[in-house]
Design a protein around this ligand. Structure first.
Ligand code: PEP
Ligand code: MG
Length: 578
């Protein structure tokens, strides 16, 4: 194919350059085309169906074994549920009958799924209604075998593969962690969408919000991801490849050079020591957290335990998960954020309203969900409390909008403690409890909130989205999502000052904390703790070690006088050249 440099512009989600071949992450589909077969061929068709079902069963069993080994039995339950559907005698009989009537097997599957889907839709119970998707998943798998399509999965990836997809969901990212992906590009997403966070935590260059890249690529096509500039190049010329190869080499040597900072303290030239924590979503990330020299886990997004499973985690599941993290991170702190399901983190648990709302980002999510379903919340709190015997675990409530939510959450925490005492289970009686400041109403009353908690952490991903009324995953308005808006700067100053006046720790765990472009600003605002994807720590540490707190403070005083983001950004640029 003639090389021609087709350049697509998107949003730079994770820095770095990747050169490779397109791997399209696509879905299998059902076949709705009706094709008749003569009666004397029916038995042959049934034999073909039988083989496809057998192959699917083998795939599912393998899948079960792998998930079980990798993530534990609870994650493997999904594959188990799919095996049950595949073996369902009623569904199986309907498909066989449809083939006997003279239809090809692919169409018989489609017709039966369509019929059963209607019955599922009529079910009142949301959980059972949702199982329709499992039936469709299984039907697609059998169809793929009938068609002889061996669907490519992330496990088939070669080392230079760049994943292209419409969207990469949080549950896709579970397998992404294990696979050899060297970059990715998606139609949807913004800088702080979950896909982007995962890319940064895995140190994979990524461009998101490309609108229609998934329609423009072919499997195996040469592609370059420029995560520094938010550009994707399809069919690059030799010259472009050479230029990017040079850039890639610079990237590798820069990363190497940053390794020297790993064991050095994050201290400004005038002696202010900053705590640099890591954001994680699963215990497997601890190795990378320690490798990059973090002083703790500033945000454990615990809701990831709820994704990719069909049943709720038990108190023991929580306990075992957190104790692992706490032990590995000793003596550093681990801040466990209680579940923030909803928004782009939708669990497949058939959990009541979650994910079924018109506007889930502003719906029944996080602490609102937990207060509505206290038993689910309590199971997690008890798990956290039991793991706190290690002594370094803290609890943090997400999406707090006012004081009463903290009080209500604390009442459930007290009940959890009481039940543990009654059962003779030990925990840290002095466990520290904090809140995220990520809803503008909470930000405005940080002075009141600060009196109710032991620490605060600013969640800029949501705080900016709600303050600016800019959906954080909407590529069309991504240019408006800017931490350097004067309103954001003022709000951050107010929040940090309130925390200091109340004498409590104030950190930040939103993506802004890990963006080297804002490190000096946050230092000047007086932030004490920064938490970010582990891979970003060395770069942020390098900046902290090269400036004085005093200079950073003076810069912020100037920035606070600016009335537009353009003015703030140009002042900021000047500072970097001093
Ligand atoms: C935030 O909103 O800044 C945050 C850290 O939480 P999440 O990105 O998980 O919503
Ligand atoms: Mg948030």
């Amino acid at each position: 194919m003639k090389q021609s440099n087709v350049i697509l512009n998107g949003i730079a989600a994770s820095s770095g350059v990747a050169i490779g071949k397109v791997f399209i992450l696509e879905e299998d589909d059902l076949v709705s085309v009706k094709k008749d077969i003569p009666q004397d061929k029916v038995n042959k068709e049934l034999a073909r169906l039988k083989i496809a079902v057998k192959q699917t069963k083998a795939d599912l069993e393998q899948n079960y074994a792998e998930l079980n080994k990798m993530l534990g039995e609870n994650y493997a339950k999904i594959a188990d549920a799919h095996i049950l559907i595949l073996n369902d005698p009623m569904i199986g009989k309907e498909v066989i009958d449809c083939v006997r009537e003279g239809n090809i097997a692919e169409y018989a599957i489609y017709a039966v799924v369509k019929k059963f889907s209607k019955s599922f839709d009529a079910i009142q119970d949301e959980y059972f209604r949702e199982r329709k998707n499992d039936l469709i998943d299984v039907a697609k798998k059998v169809t793929a075998h009938l068609l002889g399509k061996t669907k490519k999965t992330l496990a088939d990836l070669k080392e230079d593969s760049i994943v292209v997809a419409k969207n990469i969901t949080p549950s896709d990212t579970v397998s992404m962690r294990e696979a050899m992906v060297c970059g990715f590009a998606t139609d949807f997403g913004g800088k702080t969408s979950h896909t982007a966070l995962v890319a940064r935590s895995l140190e994979i260059p990524a461009v998101v919000g490309l609108k229609n890249i998934s329609y423009q690529v072919k499997q195996g096509m040469p592609i370059i991801i420029d995560g520094n500039n938010g550009i994707v190049i399809l069919n690059p010329t030799e010259e472009t490849i050479d230029n990017y190869k040079r850039e890639y080499e610079i990237q590798v040597s820069n990363r190497k050079a940053l390794e020297q900072f790993k064991d050095l303290p994050a201290v400004t030239t005038d002696g202010k020591e900053i705590k640099l924590g890591a954001n994680i979503e699963s215990p497997e990330e601890i190795r990378s957290v320690l490798k990059h020299g973090a002083n703790g886990v500033g945000l454990y997004r615990s809701e990831f335990m709820y994704l990719s499973r069909t049943s709720l985690p038990t108190e023991d599941d929580h306990y075992l998960n957190y104790i692992q993290v706490a032990k590995k991170m000793m003596p550093y702190d681990v801040i466990i954020r209680t579940i923030d399901l909803g928004g782009d983190k939708i669990a497949k648990l058939g959990l009541m309203e979650v994910g079924k709302e018109a506007n889930p980002f502003m719906g029944l999510r996080a602490i609102r969900f937990c207060l509505k379903y206290p038993e689910i919340f309590k199971a997690q709190l008890k798990g956290i409390l039991r793991a706190s015997v290690c002594g370094n675990i803290r609890i943090m409530y997400p999406m707090i909008s006012g004081v009463s939510e903290i009080k209500a959450a604390n009442r459930i925490l007290e009940q959890a403690k009481e039940e543990l005492r009654r059962d003779g289970k030990t925990f840290n009686e002095d466990i520290k409890v904090g809140a995220m400041i990520e809803v503008p109403s909470a930000a405005v009353i940080t002075d009141f909130i600060a009196r109710e908690v032991d620490f605060l952490s600013i969640g800029t991903n949501d705080l900016i989205q709600y303050t600016m009324a800019v959906d954080r995953v909407n590529a069309n308005i991504a240019h408006l999502y800017n931490p350097m808006h004067p309103a954001i700067l003022r709000l951050l100053k107010w929040i940090i000052d309130c925390a200091h006046q109340a004498g409590i720790d104030i950190g930040m765990c939103g993506e802004m904390a890990g963006d080297p472009a804002y490190t000096v600003v946050l230092l000047g605002l007086g932030l004490d703790e920064f938490s970010m994807s582990a891979a970003q720590i060395p770069q942020v540490k390098k900046i902290i070690r090269s400036v004085s707190k005093e200079n950073a403070k003076n810069l912020v005083a100037k920035l606070l006088e600016c009335n537009s983001m353009q003015e703030i950004e140009s002042e900021l640029k000047k500072f970097r050249y001093i």
